[in-house]
Design a protein around this ligand. Structure first.
Ligand code: RUQ
Ligand code: CUA
Length: 667
């Protein structure tokens, strides 16, 4: 109801500003009140127009403000999960207010969330992504994927890839924390990830820059013979909420540089699609007089879309003799994939970037990048072409379907098409990087003439991905679209040469598109984002039991209740069982001997929402966030003698500063 009133207020305010006359609408009269404005009753805050005039706001500005303003105490309609790019994180934003709600640490340690410290717990999660024993403490997150049930976001899990080292992470949306990081044992570079099929049986990852599998050394002169790509199907165990590496497998693909992927849905469920560029197999080496990569990989007019039947691949992977185990992972090699009818290629123009399946699963939009068109493929035509068998083969023996047999139509949109989203009302939206614009165009079903450019809206500037409300589901909501712009240039107060990105919120629920909010993203470069209806997420307010292990999402065996606090010593091994509650840490004195191996458990025995305590210990690379009910654990060796202070890092109460203790390490 309040919403309705707010909308009516918007209408009234606009009407006044435009001095447009609508006879049905009662003239709003000025009243100074904090109660909701009733247009029927007549009423508009006395100073609203004065404020608008004083700030030089246009009617369009006012409309945008009213569309995005979420009053204190009211909630946003959607969560936007945006990748944090080089920050290695995922950033959670409320839509339409575009307020940042949380920056979820994923591939990098983060001290507010106490993520990635203390050897056990969340540092062990980070260690899951170590590469050949090297602790990787950076990440380049690209594409978040929400878990789906029957093609709809279900609000339970979020997956995100690290492009740099071919890793995938699992975030639990009950507490918005990272639970698992897995490393592909055969890939060192990926991009087409994370994508999920409509029931999240797998998390899909594909390679980007070809390397020998397992990133063994091989000279670049052996590129065609030894370098390869991979599509990895990480099995997701929903019960456990973890990727099950034992039941995961990969499909070998050529060392074309694969780009983005998408999974089929409804009619096309069971199939998935990945673009590629560098079907030239260029190997660079500009310093030795070779063509530079940027030219070498862009010579051909057509590259290849990879079309693969993952359901069939999953069956084949179970059969004896059909896979090779490489570094512990089952791999279906190219000849087997071809023989089993798992892998096909279709020509696509020209170094494309995104491939996006329509909500009904019947069509795929491939965005040209170096071609001003999007190309629409029909899944039905692809199936017929596969059955028809009228194909040629690429250099690796993979069937190449006939372009004219699988392509439905092309729509010229403008320069640099990258990514496409859908609104569920029969429209598609494509980002145009070089044009710095969003193109809206119509889907025509089977009728090629029905695919038409409808409208273009400039965005500021250099737009990469776009994300529409519920945009990757079988039933997108329309209404909002976020443009993830790479450059902000002149949009915000200057913060020096490194400028924030610009996440722009677009209203796509009205007749014409408009930008209604500019949000500076000063944390990292968001590549992709997904937007989910807020009521689908059932986040916990506090952990379900006092003494909860958030990594296992189960009661902790080290749970410590009030009165159970103690220090146990067994030779050199000391175990501390501590509690935290406003406003004390118990025990307050911890006495150790130099060289002790220390295991320290802290249980936050609070049950009130938001009663989080933190924990820092001087001289240790450690920071904990212990949320209500949580038991956190860390370990260290007391190497240096001395007197140290530990304290709660959250200003939790009036006596927060008193919430401390001393650790004595006797020489
Ligand atoms: S990608 S725009 Cu991973 Cu499109 Cu960045
Ligand atoms: Cu607990 Cu401050």
């Amino acid at each position: 109801m309040r919403r309705l009133i707010a909308i009516m207020f918007l209408v009234a305010a606009l009407a006044m500003l435009l001095t447009a006359c609508n006879d049905d609408e009662p003239e709003p009269t000025a009243t100074a009140t904090t109660a909701p404005v009733s247009v029927e009753g007549g009423g508009l805050p006395a100073d609203a127009l004065e404020v608008a005039n004083a700030r030089g706001l246009t009617p369009q500005d006012i409309r945008a403000a009213l569309k995005t303003y979420v009053p204190s105490g009211k909630m946003d309609e959607y969560y936007l999960f945006t990748s944090g790019g080089q920050s290695g994180s995922v950033i959670v934003i409320g839509v339409p207010s575009m307020r940042i709600l949380k920056n979820i640490a994923v591939f990098t340690p983060e001290s507010w969330q106490g993520y990635g410290y203390g050897e056990v717990g969340s540092e062990a999660v980070l260690d899951g992504g170590n590469v050949d024993g090297t602790k990787i403490r950076m990440g380049d997150t690209h594409h978040p994927a929400l878990s789906e049930t029957n093609g709809d976001y279900d609000g339970q899990w979020l997956f995100i890839n690290d492009k740099a080292s071919a890793r995938v992470a699992v975030v639990d949306l009950r507490d918005f924390e990272t639970k698992q990081i897995v490393k592909d044992p055969n890939l060192i570079s990926n991009h087409g990830s994370a994508f999920v099929p409509p029931n999240t049986e797998y998390v899909i990852q594909s390679s980007q820059y070809g390397t020998p599998l397992g990133w063994e050394y091989a000279p670049i002169s052996e590129y065609k013979e030894k370098y390869r790509g991979l599509i990895t199907m990480y099995k997701f165990d929903r019960e456990k909420g973890r990727i099950d590496l034992e039941n995961s497998f990969s499909i070998e693909i050529p060392p074309y540089w694969q780009d983005l992927c998408d999974a089929g849905k409804l009619v096309s469920d069971g199939w998935a699609f990945c673009n590629s560029f560098n079907t030239e197999l260029a190997t660079g080496g500009v310093e030795s007089g070779n063509p530079p990569f940027e030219a070498g990989v862009s010579q051909r007019d057509m590259d290849y879309m990879h079309i693969f039947n993952w359901k069939k691949a999953a069956e084949v992977a179970e059969q004896a003799g059909k896979t090779e185990v490489m570094n512990g992972m089952r791999v279906i090699r190219i000849p087997t994939a071809v023989e089993e009818g798992i892998l096909f290629l279709a020509p696509e123009p020209k170094s494309p970037h995104g491939v996006d399946v329509t909500p009904d699963g019947k069509y795929l939009t491939v965005a040209g990048k170096l071609d001003p068109h999007v190309t629409i493929y029909s899944f039905d035509k692809i199936m017929k072409a596969i059955e028809g068998g009228n194909w040629t083969k690429d250099e690796f023996g993979i069937p190449v379907l006939d372009f004219d047999e699988v392509m439905l139509t092309q729509v010229e949109l403008g320069l640099g098409p990258l990514h496409t989203q859908y609104d569920g009302q029969g429209n598609a939206y494509t980002s145009l990087f070089l044009d710095s614009a969003i193109a809206k165009w119509s889907l025509g079903g089977e009728d090629p003439a029905g695919y038409k450019l409808l409208e273009k809206l400039p965005v500021q500037y250099n737009v990469g991905h776009i994300a529409a409300a519920e945009g990757d589901t079988v039933s997108p909501d329309g209404q909002y679209l976020v443009a993830l712009n790479k450059w902000s240039v002149d949009r915000f107060l200057s913060v020096g040469p490194l400028k924030p990105q610009n996440e722009q919120l677009l209203d796509i629920g009205s007749d014409t598109m408009s930008v209604i909010y500019d949000m500076p993203m000063g944390i990292g470069e968001p590549h992709y984002a997904q937007m989910i209806k807020a009521d689908k997420i059932k986040a916990w307010e506090v952990y379900p039991e006092t003494g909860w292990d958030p990594i296992a999402q189960a009661p902790s065996e080290f749970a410590t209740l009030a009165g159970e606090e103690r220090i146990e010593r067994d030779g050199n091994n000391v175990t501390i069982f501590m509690t935290s509650i406003r406003s004390h840490l118990t025990p307050e004195h911890v006495t150790l001997n130099q060289g002790d191996n220390v295991t320290w458990h802290i249980t936050n025995i609070e049950t009130a929402p938001d009663a989080t305590h933190g924990f820092d210990l001087g001289g240790q690379n450690l920071s904990l966030s212990i949320e209500p009910g949580e038991t956190a654990t860390f370990q260290f060796v007391a190497e240096h003698d001395g007197t140290y202070a530990y304290y709660c890092t959250e200003f939790c109460s009036a006596l927060h500063l008193e919430m401390m203790g001393y650790m004595f390490v006797e020489p």
